[in-house]
Design a protein. Sequence first.
Length: 562
Amino acid sequence: MSDVPDADGGLSPLPGTTPSEMFPVLTSAQQARILAHGQRRTVKKDEIVVELNAHVTKVFVVVSGQLHILQVSNNQEHDVAICNAGMFTGELNVLLGRRGLVRIRAAEKSELIEIEREALQALVETDSELSDIFLRAYILRRLELIAREVGDIVLIGSGHSLDTLRIKEFLTRNYQPYSYIDLERDAQVQEMLDRFSLSIDDLPVLICRGTAVLRNPSNEEITGCLGFNEGIDQAHVRDLIIVGAGPAGLAAAVYAASEGLNVLVLESNAPGGQAGASSKIENYLGFPTGISGHELAGRAYAQAQKFGAEMLIAKDAKGLACARRPYAVLIGDGQHIPARTVVIASGAQYRRLRLENLSKFEGAGIYYGATHLEAQLCDGEEVIVVGGGNSAGQAAVFLAQTTRRVYVLVRSDGLAATMSRYLIRRIEETPNIELRSNTEVVVLDGNDHLERVTWRNNQSGQTELHNIAHLFSMTGAVPNSAWLGGCVACDEVGFIKTGLDLTTEDLAKAKWPLKRPPYLLETSLPGVFAVGDIRGGNLKRVASAVGEGSIAVSFVHQVLAE
Ligand SMILES: Cc1cc2nc3c(=O)[nH]c(=O)nc-3n(C[C@H](O)[C@H](O)[C@H](O)COP(=O)(O)OP(=O)(O)OC[C@H]3O[C@@H](n4cnc5c(N)ncnc54)[C@H](O)[C@@H]3O)c2cc1C
Protein backbone atom coordinates (compact mmCIF):
# COMPACT_ATOMS: atom_id res chain seq x y z
CA MET A 1 0.00 0.00 0.00
CA SER A 2 1.19 3.48 -0.79
CA ASP A 3 1.43 5.96 2.03
CA VAL A 4 0.60 8.90 -0.16
CA PRO A 5 -3.04 9.91 -0.33
CA ASP A 6 -4.33 9.82 -3.87
CA ALA A 7 -6.42 12.44 -5.59
CA ASP A 8 -9.57 10.45 -4.94
CA GLY A 9 -9.20 11.14 -1.27
CA GLY A 10 -8.33 7.77 0.19
CA LEU A 11 -5.25 5.69 0.44
CA SER A 12 -5.01 2.55 -1.63
CA PRO A 13 -7.98 0.74 -0.20
CA LEU A 14 -8.43 -2.79 1.09
CA PRO A 15 -8.59 -5.51 -1.54
CA GLY A 16 -12.07 -5.63 -3.03
CA THR A 17 -12.90 -2.01 -2.33
CA THR A 18 -12.35 1.14 -4.34
CA PRO A 19 -11.34 4.62 -3.19
CA SER A 20 -14.71 5.89 -4.32
CA GLU A 21 -16.52 3.53 -1.91
CA MET A 22 -14.36 4.65 0.99
CA PHE A 23 -14.32 8.32 -0.02
CA PRO A 24 -17.44 8.85 -2.13
CA VAL A 25 -18.14 12.25 -3.66
CA LEU A 26 -21.61 13.47 -2.71
CA THR A 27 -23.76 15.04 -5.41
CA SER A 28 -25.01 18.58 -4.92
CA ALA A 29 -28.51 17.20 -4.24
CA GLN A 30 -27.13 14.92 -1.51
CA GLN A 31 -25.13 17.83 -0.05
CA ALA A 32 -28.28 19.94 0.03
CA ARG A 33 -30.10 17.24 2.03
CA ILE A 34 -27.25 17.23 4.55
CA LEU A 35 -27.15 21.02 4.73
CA ALA A 36 -30.85 20.99 5.71
CA HIS A 37 -29.72 19.24 8.94
CA GLY A 38 -26.47 21.18 9.43
CA GLN A 39 -24.86 24.53 8.76
CA ARG A 40 -22.21 26.14 6.58
CA ARG A 41 -18.79 26.86 8.06
CA THR A 42 -15.66 28.46 6.64
CA VAL A 43 -12.32 27.33 8.00
CA LYS A 44 -8.88 28.89 7.59
CA LYS A 45 -5.81 27.13 6.23
CA ASP A 46 -4.29 24.88 8.94
CA GLU A 47 -7.36 25.14 11.20
CA ILE A 48 -7.96 21.91 13.11
CA VAL A 49 -11.60 20.84 12.78
CA VAL A 50 -11.32 17.55 14.66
CA GLU A 51 -8.66 16.92 17.28
CA LEU A 52 -7.13 13.51 17.97
CA ASN A 53 -8.81 11.76 20.91
CA ALA A 54 -11.58 14.36 21.19
CA HIS A 55 -15.13 13.02 21.12
CA VAL A 56 -16.34 13.03 17.56
CA THR A 57 -19.42 15.22 17.78
CA LYS A 58 -19.46 16.59 14.21
CA VAL A 59 -19.01 15.47 10.64
CA PHE A 60 -17.88 17.76 7.80
CA VAL A 61 -18.71 17.72 4.11
CA VAL A 62 -16.17 19.62 2.00
CA VAL A 63 -18.00 22.04 -0.32
CA SER A 64 -14.75 23.59 -1.57
CA GLY A 65 -11.15 23.34 -0.40
CA GLN A 66 -9.47 20.34 1.20
CA LEU A 67 -9.19 18.60 4.58
CA HIS A 68 -6.27 16.42 5.58
CA ILE A 69 -6.90 13.37 7.78
CA LEU A 70 -3.78 12.91 9.89
CA GLN A 71 -2.32 10.26 12.10
CA VAL A 72 -0.30 11.76 14.94
CA SER A 73 2.57 9.91 16.59
CA ASN A 74 5.42 11.43 18.59
CA ASN A 75 3.88 14.82 17.75
CA GLN A 76 4.51 14.16 14.05
CA GLU A 77 1.58 14.32 11.63
CA HIS A 78 1.31 11.77 8.81
CA ASP A 79 -1.33 11.86 6.09
CA VAL A 80 -3.88 9.09 6.31
CA ALA A 81 -6.26 10.46 3.69
CA ILE A 82 -7.49 13.61 2.00
CA CYS A 83 -11.07 14.87 1.75
CA ASN A 84 -11.57 16.84 -1.46
CA ALA A 85 -14.71 18.72 -2.52
CA GLY A 86 -17.84 16.61 -2.13
CA MET A 87 -16.23 14.17 0.36
CA PHE A 88 -17.07 13.84 4.03
CA THR A 89 -15.15 13.15 7.22
CA GLY A 90 -15.74 10.55 9.91
CA GLU A 91 -15.57 6.81 10.41
CA LEU A 92 -17.25 4.28 12.68
CA ASN A 93 -16.47 6.33 15.78
CA VAL A 94 -19.06 8.87 14.70
CA LEU A 95 -21.79 6.27 15.07
CA LEU A 96 -20.26 4.78 18.21
CA GLY A 97 -19.89 8.21 19.84
CA ARG A 98 -16.29 7.42 20.72
CA ARG A 99 -13.06 9.41 20.63
CA GLY A 100 -11.45 10.20 17.27
CA LEU A 101 -8.42 8.22 16.09
CA VAL A 102 -7.15 10.99 13.80
CA ARG A 103 -6.67 14.74 13.57
CA ILE A 104 -8.40 16.62 10.74
CA ARG A 105 -6.84 19.84 9.51
CA ALA A 106 -7.79 22.21 6.69
CA ALA A 107 -5.09 22.13 3.99
CA GLU A 108 -6.36 25.45 2.65
CA LYS A 109 -9.21 27.87 3.26
CA SER A 110 -12.28 25.63 2.90
CA GLU A 111 -16.06 25.85 2.79
CA LEU A 112 -17.68 23.07 4.78
CA ILE A 113 -21.07 21.78 5.80
CA GLU A 114 -20.95 20.97 9.49
CA ILE A 115 -23.46 18.46 10.84
CA GLU A 116 -23.82 17.34 14.45
CA ARG A 117 -23.51 13.60 15.12
CA GLU A 118 -27.11 13.32 16.39
CA ALA A 119 -28.45 15.16 13.34
CA LEU A 120 -26.48 12.85 11.04
CA GLN A 121 -27.82 9.83 12.90
CA ALA A 122 -31.39 11.11 12.48
CA LEU A 123 -30.74 11.79 8.78
CA VAL A 124 -29.36 8.31 8.00
CA GLU A 125 -32.33 6.72 9.76
CA THR A 126 -34.69 8.30 7.24
CA ASP A 127 -32.57 8.83 4.09
CA SER A 128 -31.71 5.35 2.85
CA GLU A 129 -29.46 6.57 0.01
CA LEU A 130 -27.25 8.60 2.37
CA SER A 131 -27.48 5.85 4.97
CA ASP A 132 -25.89 3.36 2.53
CA ILE A 133 -23.18 5.81 1.48
CA PHE A 134 -22.18 6.83 5.01
CA LEU A 135 -22.41 3.38 6.56
CA ARG A 136 -20.38 1.69 3.80
CA ALA A 137 -17.71 4.41 3.88
CA TYR A 138 -17.50 4.35 7.67
CA ILE A 139 -17.13 0.58 7.91
CA LEU A 140 -14.53 0.50 5.10
CA ARG A 141 -12.59 3.34 6.68
CA ARG A 142 -12.52 1.54 10.04
CA LEU A 143 -11.27 -1.64 8.37
CA GLU A 144 -8.59 0.41 6.64
CA LEU A 145 -7.54 2.00 9.94
CA ILE A 146 -7.34 -1.46 11.53
CA ALA A 147 -5.31 -2.81 8.60
CA ARG A 148 -2.91 0.14 8.89
CA GLU A 149 -2.81 0.00 12.70
CA VAL A 150 -3.71 3.69 12.78
CA GLY A 151 -4.36 5.08 16.24
CA ASP A 152 -2.32 5.51 19.36
CA ILE A 153 -2.82 2.17 21.05
CA VAL A 154 0.23 -0.05 21.38
CA LEU A 155 0.13 -3.49 22.95
CA ILE A 156 3.41 -5.04 24.09
CA GLY A 157 3.11 -8.70 24.99
CA SER A 158 3.99 -12.27 24.23
CA GLY A 159 2.36 -14.82 21.97
CA HIS A 160 2.63 -17.30 24.86
CA SER A 161 0.65 -15.24 27.34
CA LEU A 162 -3.03 -15.73 28.06
CA ASP A 163 -3.54 -12.07 28.94
CA THR A 164 -1.88 -10.89 25.73
CA LEU A 165 -4.30 -13.08 23.76
CA ARG A 166 -7.23 -11.80 25.84
CA ILE A 167 -6.33 -8.16 25.17
CA LYS A 168 -5.72 -8.78 21.47
CA GLU A 169 -9.10 -10.50 21.21
CA PHE A 170 -10.83 -7.76 23.14
CA LEU A 171 -9.39 -4.99 20.93
CA THR A 172 -9.99 -6.93 17.72
CA ARG A 173 -13.56 -7.85 18.61
CA ASN A 174 -14.27 -4.22 19.50
CA TYR A 175 -12.87 -3.09 16.11
CA GLN A 176 -10.17 -1.03 17.77
CA PRO A 177 -7.04 -0.43 15.66
CA TYR A 178 -3.80 -1.07 17.56
CA SER A 179 -0.14 -1.83 16.99
CA TYR A 180 1.31 -4.98 18.50
CA ILE A 181 4.88 -5.50 19.56
CA ASP A 182 5.86 -9.07 20.41
CA LEU A 183 8.37 -9.43 23.19
CA GLU A 184 9.94 -12.49 21.59
CA ARG A 185 10.09 -11.29 18.02
CA ASP A 186 10.57 -7.55 17.97
CA ALA A 187 13.74 -5.60 18.54
CA GLN A 188 11.74 -2.45 19.27
CA VAL A 189 10.53 -3.90 22.57
CA GLN A 190 13.40 -2.80 24.75
CA GLU A 191 13.22 0.72 23.34
CA MET A 192 9.48 0.91 24.09
CA LEU A 193 9.96 -0.51 27.58
CA ASP A 194 12.73 1.99 28.34
CA ARG A 195 10.71 4.89 27.03
CA PHE A 196 7.87 4.12 29.41
CA SER A 197 10.06 2.88 32.33
CA LEU A 198 8.64 -0.62 32.21
CA SER A 199 10.14 -3.98 33.04
CA ILE A 200 9.43 -7.30 31.35
CA ASP A 201 7.43 -8.31 34.46
CA ASP A 202 4.88 -5.60 33.67
CA LEU A 203 3.83 -7.30 30.42
CA PRO A 204 1.43 -7.34 28.76
CA VAL A 205 1.29 -3.58 28.67
CA LEU A 206 -1.16 -1.42 26.80
CA ILE A 207 -0.03 2.08 25.95
CA CYS A 208 -3.28 3.86 25.54
CA ARG A 209 -3.69 7.16 23.70
CA GLY A 210 0.07 7.53 23.51
CA THR A 211 0.48 8.29 27.21
CA ALA A 212 -1.48 6.16 29.69
CA VAL A 213 0.42 2.99 30.55
CA LEU A 214 -1.79 0.09 31.64
CA ARG A 215 -0.06 -2.95 33.09
CA ASN A 216 -1.99 -6.13 32.27
CA PRO A 217 -5.27 -4.18 32.24
CA SER A 218 -8.69 -5.79 32.63
CA ASN A 219 -11.09 -5.38 29.72
CA GLU A 220 -12.99 -2.86 31.83
CA GLU A 221 -9.83 -0.79 32.39
CA ILE A 222 -9.14 -0.79 28.65
CA THR A 223 -12.70 0.31 28.01
CA GLY A 224 -12.28 3.13 30.52
CA CYS A 225 -9.06 4.35 28.93
CA LEU A 226 -10.47 4.24 25.40
CA GLY A 227 -13.68 5.93 26.52
CA PHE A 228 -15.97 3.28 24.96
CA ASN A 229 -18.75 3.84 27.50
CA GLU A 230 -18.49 7.59 27.93
CA GLY A 231 -21.58 9.71 27.56
CA ILE A 232 -24.07 6.90 28.24
CA ASP A 233 -26.59 8.01 30.83
CA GLN A 234 -27.11 5.14 33.28
CA ALA A 235 -29.84 6.78 35.32
CA HIS A 236 -32.83 7.23 33.09
CA VAL A 237 -35.44 4.53 32.65
CA ARG A 238 -34.99 2.66 29.33
CA ASP A 239 -37.85 1.06 27.40
CA LEU A 240 -35.61 -1.97 27.04
CA ILE A 241 -32.32 -3.28 28.38
CA ILE A 242 -30.75 -6.15 26.45
CA VAL A 243 -28.20 -8.27 28.30
CA GLY A 244 -25.64 -9.73 25.89
CA ALA A 245 -24.51 -8.60 22.45
CA GLY A 246 -24.27 -11.94 20.68
CA PRO A 247 -26.40 -12.49 17.57
CA ALA A 248 -29.62 -12.63 19.63
CA GLY A 249 -28.93 -9.43 21.57
CA LEU A 250 -27.70 -7.53 18.51
CA ALA A 251 -30.80 -8.55 16.53
CA ALA A 252 -33.03 -7.38 19.38
CA ALA A 253 -31.07 -4.09 19.50
CA VAL A 254 -31.42 -3.47 15.75
CA TYR A 255 -35.18 -4.15 15.74
CA ALA A 256 -35.90 -2.29 18.98
CA ALA A 257 -33.87 0.81 18.08
CA SER A 258 -35.16 0.92 14.51
CA GLU A 259 -38.73 0.76 15.86
CA GLY A 260 -38.16 3.78 18.08
CA LEU A 261 -37.52 2.14 21.45
CA ASN A 262 -35.01 3.62 23.83
CA VAL A 263 -32.62 0.69 24.16
CA LEU A 264 -29.39 -0.04 26.02
CA VAL A 265 -27.28 -3.16 25.50
CA LEU A 266 -24.96 -4.51 28.22
CA GLU A 267 -22.12 -6.70 27.03
CA SER A 268 -19.62 -8.25 29.42
CA ASN A 269 -16.94 -8.65 26.77
CA ALA A 270 -17.27 -7.57 23.14
CA PRO A 271 -20.03 -7.70 20.51
CA GLY A 272 -20.49 -10.98 18.65
CA GLY A 273 -20.83 -13.55 21.44
CA GLN A 274 -19.93 -17.12 20.53
CA ALA A 275 -20.52 -16.37 16.87
CA GLY A 276 -17.71 -13.82 17.08
CA ALA A 277 -15.34 -16.75 17.73
CA SER A 278 -16.40 -18.56 14.58
CA SER A 279 -13.93 -18.41 11.71
CA LYS A 280 -16.61 -18.98 9.10
CA ILE A 281 -20.37 -19.35 9.38
CA GLU A 282 -21.51 -21.06 6.23
CA ASN A 283 -25.15 -21.80 6.98
CA TYR A 284 -26.43 -18.29 7.73
CA LEU A 285 -29.00 -17.19 5.20
CA GLY A 286 -27.76 -14.80 2.55
CA PHE A 287 -24.04 -15.57 2.73
CA PRO A 288 -23.48 -18.38 0.21
CA THR A 289 -19.69 -18.25 0.54
CA GLY A 290 -19.86 -17.93 4.34
CA ILE A 291 -19.05 -15.03 6.62
CA SER A 292 -16.75 -14.83 9.63
CA GLY A 293 -18.51 -14.35 12.94
CA HIS A 294 -16.40 -11.25 13.52
CA GLU A 295 -17.56 -9.65 10.28
CA LEU A 296 -21.20 -10.57 10.86
CA ALA A 297 -21.08 -9.12 14.36
CA GLY A 298 -19.35 -5.97 13.10
CA ARG A 299 -22.08 -5.31 10.59
CA ALA A 300 -24.83 -5.94 13.14
CA TYR A 301 -23.06 -3.72 15.68
CA ALA A 302 -22.81 -0.83 13.21
CA GLN A 303 -26.45 -1.38 12.23
CA ALA A 304 -27.61 -1.20 15.86
CA GLN A 305 -25.58 1.99 16.40
CA LYS A 306 -26.98 3.50 13.23
CA PHE A 307 -30.48 3.22 14.68
CA GLY A 308 -29.33 4.76 17.96
CA ALA A 309 -29.02 1.71 20.26
CA GLU A 310 -26.56 2.46 23.07
CA MET A 311 -24.07 -0.12 24.25
CA LEU A 312 -22.03 -0.53 27.41
CA ILE A 313 -18.98 -2.67 26.63
CA ALA A 314 -17.07 -4.80 29.17
CA LYS A 315 -19.95 -4.32 31.58
CA ASP A 316 -21.48 -7.37 33.27
CA ALA A 317 -25.07 -7.64 34.30
CA LYS A 318 -24.58 -8.83 37.89
CA GLY A 319 -28.21 -9.26 38.79
CA LEU A 320 -31.79 -8.34 38.08
CA ALA A 321 -33.82 -6.38 40.62
CA CYS A 322 -36.98 -8.29 39.81
CA ALA A 323 -39.18 -7.32 42.75
CA ARG A 324 -39.38 -3.66 41.72
CA ARG A 325 -41.02 -1.86 38.80
CA PRO A 326 -39.54 -0.67 36.58
CA TYR A 327 -37.03 -3.51 36.72
CA ALA A 328 -33.38 -2.66 37.19
CA VAL A 329 -30.30 -4.45 35.97
CA LEU A 330 -27.43 -4.40 38.45
CA ILE A 331 -24.03 -3.68 36.93
CA GLY A 332 -20.51 -4.26 38.21
CA ASP A 333 -19.97 -1.19 40.31
CA GLY A 334 -23.16 -1.63 42.38
CA GLN A 335 -25.19 0.65 40.13
CA HIS A 336 -28.68 -0.11 38.81
CA ILE A 337 -29.95 0.73 35.37
CA PRO A 338 -33.75 0.87 35.30
CA ALA A 339 -35.82 -0.51 32.43
CA ARG A 340 -39.48 -1.26 31.72
CA THR A 341 -38.63 -4.46 29.87
CA VAL A 342 -35.57 -6.72 29.65
CA VAL A 343 -34.35 -9.11 26.97
CA ILE A 344 -31.94 -11.70 28.34
CA ALA A 345 -29.55 -12.73 25.57
CA SER A 346 -26.55 -13.74 27.66
CA GLY A 347 -26.00 -16.96 25.72
CA ALA A 348 -23.75 -19.77 26.76
CA GLN A 349 -20.13 -20.48 27.58
CA TYR A 350 -17.76 -23.22 26.52
CA ARG A 351 -17.57 -26.33 28.62
CA ARG A 352 -14.08 -26.83 30.01
CA LEU A 353 -12.25 -30.13 29.82
CA ARG A 354 -11.84 -31.79 33.21
CA LEU A 355 -8.08 -31.87 33.34
CA GLU A 356 -6.01 -31.12 36.39
CA ASN A 357 -3.78 -28.37 35.01
CA LEU A 358 -6.14 -27.00 32.35
CA SER A 359 -6.17 -23.41 33.62
CA LYS A 360 -2.35 -23.26 33.47
CA PHE A 361 -2.48 -23.67 29.70
CA GLU A 362 -5.62 -21.70 28.86
CA GLY A 363 -4.46 -19.15 26.29
CA ALA A 364 -1.02 -20.79 26.37
CA GLY A 365 -1.93 -23.70 24.14
CA ILE A 366 -5.59 -24.28 25.03
CA TYR A 367 -8.08 -22.18 23.07
CA TYR A 368 -11.86 -21.89 22.94
CA GLY A 369 -12.16 -20.21 19.56
CA ALA A 370 -10.49 -20.78 16.22
CA THR A 371 -10.12 -17.42 14.53
CA HIS A 372 -7.17 -16.10 12.53
CA LEU A 373 -5.61 -14.87 15.81
CA GLU A 374 -5.25 -18.42 17.13
CA ALA A 375 -4.44 -19.82 13.68
CA GLN A 376 -1.41 -17.52 13.46
CA LEU A 377 -0.07 -19.03 16.68
CA CYS A 378 0.03 -22.58 15.31
CA ASP A 379 0.95 -21.98 11.69
CA GLY A 380 2.54 -25.11 10.21
CA GLU A 381 2.27 -27.14 13.44
CA GLU A 382 0.14 -30.10 14.56
CA VAL A 383 -3.01 -29.24 16.53
CA ILE A 384 -5.83 -31.01 18.35
CA VAL A 385 -9.52 -30.14 18.13
CA VAL A 386 -11.64 -31.71 20.86
CA GLY A 387 -15.38 -32.07 20.21
CA GLY A 388 -17.83 -33.50 17.73
CA GLY A 389 -20.23 -30.60 17.15
CA ASN A 390 -20.39 -28.09 14.31
CA SER A 391 -18.08 -25.63 16.03
CA ALA A 392 -15.42 -28.37 16.31
CA GLY A 393 -15.94 -29.31 12.65
CA GLN A 394 -15.55 -25.72 11.50
CA ALA A 395 -12.46 -25.24 13.61
CA ALA A 396 -10.87 -28.42 12.18
CA VAL A 397 -11.56 -27.45 8.56
CA PHE A 398 -10.33 -23.90 9.14
CA LEU A 399 -7.16 -24.92 10.97
CA ALA A 400 -6.34 -27.58 8.38
CA GLN A 401 -5.65 -24.77 5.90
CA THR A 402 -2.64 -23.47 7.80
CA THR A 403 -1.48 -26.25 10.13
CA ARG A 404 0.40 -29.46 9.34
CA ARG A 405 -2.14 -31.85 10.85
CA VAL A 406 -5.39 -31.58 12.80
CA TYR A 407 -6.39 -34.41 15.13
CA VAL A 408 -10.12 -34.35 15.91
CA LEU A 409 -10.80 -36.19 19.16
CA VAL A 410 -14.33 -37.32 20.08
CA ARG A 411 -15.47 -39.52 22.92
CA SER A 412 -18.33 -41.00 20.88
CA ASP A 413 -18.22 -43.53 18.03
CA GLY A 414 -18.15 -40.86 15.33
CA LEU A 415 -19.51 -37.54 14.16
CA ALA A 416 -22.80 -38.51 12.53
CA ALA A 417 -25.02 -37.79 15.53
CA THR A 418 -23.56 -34.40 16.38
CA MET A 419 -22.15 -32.69 13.27
CA SER A 420 -23.77 -31.38 10.08
CA ARG A 421 -23.32 -33.64 7.08
CA TYR A 422 -21.49 -31.00 5.01
CA LEU A 423 -18.83 -30.60 7.70
CA ILE A 424 -18.36 -34.36 8.09
CA ARG A 425 -17.80 -34.55 4.34
CA ARG A 426 -15.26 -31.71 4.46
CA ILE A 427 -13.39 -33.48 7.24
CA GLU A 428 -13.37 -36.74 5.29
CA GLU A 429 -12.10 -34.94 2.21
CA THR A 430 -9.33 -33.02 3.96
CA PRO A 431 -6.18 -35.19 3.96
CA ASN A 432 -4.50 -33.51 6.94
CA ILE A 433 -7.46 -33.99 9.32
CA GLU A 434 -7.38 -37.23 11.30
CA LEU A 435 -10.46 -38.29 13.28
CA ARG A 436 -9.92 -40.27 16.49
CA SER A 437 -13.22 -41.67 17.86
CA ASN A 438 -13.76 -43.04 21.39
CA THR A 439 -10.82 -40.91 22.44
CA GLU A 440 -10.26 -38.32 25.17
CA VAL A 441 -7.39 -36.20 26.40
CA VAL A 442 -6.02 -37.43 29.73
CA VAL A 443 -2.84 -35.43 30.40
CA LEU A 444 -1.56 -31.97 29.51
CA ASP A 445 2.10 -31.19 30.01
CA GLY A 446 4.49 -28.29 29.52
CA ASN A 447 6.21 -25.41 31.26
CA ASP A 448 4.90 -21.93 30.44
CA HIS A 449 3.13 -23.25 27.36
CA LEU A 450 1.45 -26.53 26.47
CA GLU A 451 4.11 -28.84 24.99
CA ARG A 452 2.74 -32.40 25.17
CA VAL A 453 -0.70 -34.02 25.16
CA THR A 454 -1.60 -37.59 26.07
CA TRP A 455 -4.87 -39.08 24.86
CA ARG A 456 -6.50 -42.43 25.50
CA ASN A 457 -8.67 -44.65 23.36
CA ASN A 458 -11.45 -45.67 25.73
CA GLN A 459 -12.18 -48.89 23.81
CA SER A 460 -8.66 -50.27 23.68
CA GLY A 461 -7.37 -48.45 26.78
CA GLN A 462 -4.26 -47.53 24.77
CA THR A 463 -2.66 -44.13 25.42
CA GLU A 464 -0.60 -42.03 23.00
CA LEU A 465 1.75 -39.16 23.82
CA HIS A 466 2.14 -36.41 21.19
CA ASN A 467 4.36 -33.35 21.14
CA ILE A 468 1.51 -30.98 20.36
CA ALA A 469 1.39 -27.44 21.69
CA HIS A 470 -2.11 -26.33 20.59
CA LEU A 471 -5.44 -27.78 21.64
CA PHE A 472 -8.79 -26.29 20.60
CA SER A 473 -11.52 -27.19 23.07
CA MET A 474 -14.92 -27.17 21.33
CA THR A 475 -17.08 -29.29 23.57
CA GLY A 476 -20.36 -27.45 23.85
CA ALA A 477 -21.65 -24.85 26.18
CA VAL A 478 -23.43 -24.13 29.48
CA PRO A 479 -25.94 -21.25 29.94
CA ASN A 480 -24.88 -17.84 31.34
CA SER A 481 -27.85 -17.59 33.66
CA ALA A 482 -26.29 -17.62 37.16
CA TRP A 483 -26.34 -13.80 37.28
CA LEU A 484 -30.16 -13.89 37.37
CA GLY A 485 -30.07 -15.29 40.89
CA GLY A 486 -33.28 -17.29 40.50
CA CYS A 487 -35.42 -14.36 39.28
CA VAL A 488 -36.80 -16.42 36.37
CA ALA A 489 -37.78 -20.07 36.05
CA CYS A 490 -35.04 -22.23 34.53
CA ASP A 491 -34.77 -25.90 33.62
CA GLU A 492 -32.60 -28.28 35.61
CA VAL A 493 -29.38 -27.22 33.84
CA GLY A 494 -30.01 -23.49 33.93
CA PHE A 495 -31.54 -22.72 30.52
CA ILE A 496 -34.40 -20.21 30.88
CA LYS A 497 -37.96 -21.41 30.36
CA THR A 498 -40.26 -19.24 28.25
CA GLY A 499 -43.80 -19.15 26.81
CA LEU A 500 -45.57 -22.49 26.61
CA ASP A 501 -42.64 -24.30 28.27
CA LEU A 502 -43.61 -22.63 31.56
CA THR A 503 -45.85 -25.03 33.46
CA THR A 504 -48.72 -24.02 35.75
CA GLU A 505 -46.45 -24.91 38.66
CA ASP A 506 -43.64 -22.72 37.31
CA LEU A 507 -46.02 -19.78 37.04
CA ALA A 508 -47.55 -20.38 40.46
CA LYS A 509 -44.10 -20.57 42.02
CA ALA A 510 -43.06 -17.37 40.26
CA LYS A 511 -46.34 -15.66 41.35
CA TRP A 512 -47.21 -14.75 37.74
CA PRO A 513 -49.44 -11.71 38.34
CA LEU A 514 -51.29 -11.31 35.00
CA LYS A 515 -54.48 -12.80 33.61
CA ARG A 516 -52.80 -13.50 30.27
CA PRO A 517 -50.28 -16.31 29.96
CA PRO A 518 -46.65 -15.46 29.12
CA TYR A 519 -46.03 -14.48 25.50
CA LEU A 520 -43.78 -16.52 23.27
CA LEU A 521 -40.19 -15.97 24.56
CA GLU A 522 -41.47 -14.30 27.75
CA THR A 523 -40.05 -15.72 30.99
CA SER A 524 -41.89 -16.26 34.27
CA LEU A 525 -41.45 -12.51 34.89
CA PRO A 526 -43.81 -10.28 32.87
CA GLY A 527 -41.89 -8.11 30.39
CA VAL A 528 -38.66 -10.08 30.78
CA PHE A 529 -37.80 -12.16 27.70
CA ALA A 530 -35.13 -14.77 26.98
CA VAL A 531 -33.72 -15.30 23.50
CA GLY A 532 -30.97 -17.28 21.78
CA ASP A 533 -28.74 -19.92 23.35
CA ILE A 534 -29.73 -19.01 26.92
CA ARG A 535 -33.30 -20.14 26.29
CA GLY A 536 -34.35 -23.74 26.94
CA GLY A 537 -35.34 -25.41 23.68
CA ASN A 538 -33.40 -22.97 21.48
CA LEU A 539 -31.68 -24.54 18.47
CA LYS A 540 -28.20 -23.09 19.15
CA ARG A 541 -27.78 -21.52 15.75
CA VAL A 542 -27.00 -17.98 14.66
CA ALA A 543 -30.20 -17.84 12.62
CA SER A 544 -32.42 -18.94 15.49
CA ALA A 545 -30.73 -16.48 17.86
CA VAL A 546 -31.27 -13.63 15.38
CA GLY A 547 -34.86 -14.72 14.77
CA GLU A 548 -35.70 -14.88 18.45
CA GLY A 549 -34.05 -11.52 19.17
CA SER A 550 -36.19 -9.85 16.55
CA ILE A 551 -39.43 -11.65 17.51
CA ALA A 552 -39.04 -10.71 21.18
CA VAL A 553 -39.14 -7.04 20.25
CA SER A 554 -42.70 -7.31 18.90
CA PHE A 555 -43.77 -8.64 22.34
CA VAL A 556 -41.79 -5.89 24.08
CA HIS A 557 -44.05 -3.39 22.25
CA GLN A 558 -47.12 -5.25 23.50
CA VAL A 559 -45.88 -5.24 27.09
CA LEU A 560 -45.04 -1.53 26.93
CA ALA A 561 -48.57 -0.87 25.68
CA GLU A 562 -50.23 -2.92 28.47
C1 LIG B 1 -16.86 -21.63 17.32
C2 LIG B 1 -18.35 -21.58 17.05
C3 LIG B 1 -18.82 -21.70 15.76
C4 LIG B 1 -20.20 -21.63 15.50
N1 LIG B 1 -20.63 -21.74 14.21
C5 LIG B 1 -21.93 -21.65 13.93
C6 LIG B 1 -22.40 -21.73 12.58
O1 LIG B 1 -21.63 -21.90 11.66
N2 LIG B 1 -23.71 -21.60 12.33
C7 LIG B 1 -24.61 -21.41 13.33
O2 LIG B 1 -25.78 -21.25 13.02
N3 LIG B 1 -24.21 -21.35 14.62
C8 LIG B 1 -22.90 -21.48 14.94
N4 LIG B 1 -22.48 -21.44 16.25
C9 LIG B 1 -23.49 -21.26 17.30
C10 LIG B 1 -23.85 -19.80 17.43
O3 LIG B 1 -22.67 -19.01 17.48
C11 LIG B 1 -24.68 -19.53 18.67
O4 LIG B 1 -25.85 -20.31 18.59
C12 LIG B 1 -25.05 -18.06 18.79
O5 LIG B 1 -23.88 -17.26 18.92
C13 LIG B 1 -25.95 -17.80 19.98
O6 LIG B 1 -26.17 -16.44 20.06
P1 LIG B 1 -26.65 -15.75 21.43
O7 LIG B 1 -26.70 -14.30 21.13
O8 LIG B 1 -27.86 -16.41 21.93
O9 LIG B 1 -25.53 -16.07 22.50
P2 LIG B 1 -23.96 -15.83 22.52
O10 LIG B 1 -23.41 -15.86 21.15
O11 LIG B 1 -23.45 -16.79 23.53
O12 LIG B 1 -23.80 -14.34 23.08
C14 LIG B 1 -24.08 -14.02 24.42
C15 LIG B 1 -23.38 -12.72 24.80
O13 LIG B 1 -23.78 -12.34 26.11
C16 LIG B 1 -22.66 -11.86 26.83
N5 LIG B 1 -22.93 -12.06 28.27
C17 LIG B 1 -22.97 -13.22 28.96
N6 LIG B 1 -23.27 -12.98 30.25
C18 LIG B 1 -23.42 -11.65 30.37
C19 LIG B 1 -23.73 -10.78 31.46
N7 LIG B 1 -23.96 -11.26 32.70
N8 LIG B 1 -23.80 -9.45 31.24
C20 LIG B 1 -23.57 -8.94 30.00
N9 LIG B 1 -23.27 -9.72 28.92
C21 LIG B 1 -23.21 -11.05 29.12
C22 LIG B 1 -21.51 -12.71 26.32
O14 LIG B 1 -20.26 -12.05 26.51
C23 LIG B 1 -21.87 -12.85 24.83
O15 LIG B 1 -21.30 -11.82 24.06
C24 LIG B 1 -21.12 -21.49 16.56
C25 LIG B 1 -20.64 -21.39 17.87
C26 LIG B 1 -19.29 -21.43 18.12
C27 LIG B 1 -18.80 -21.32 19.53
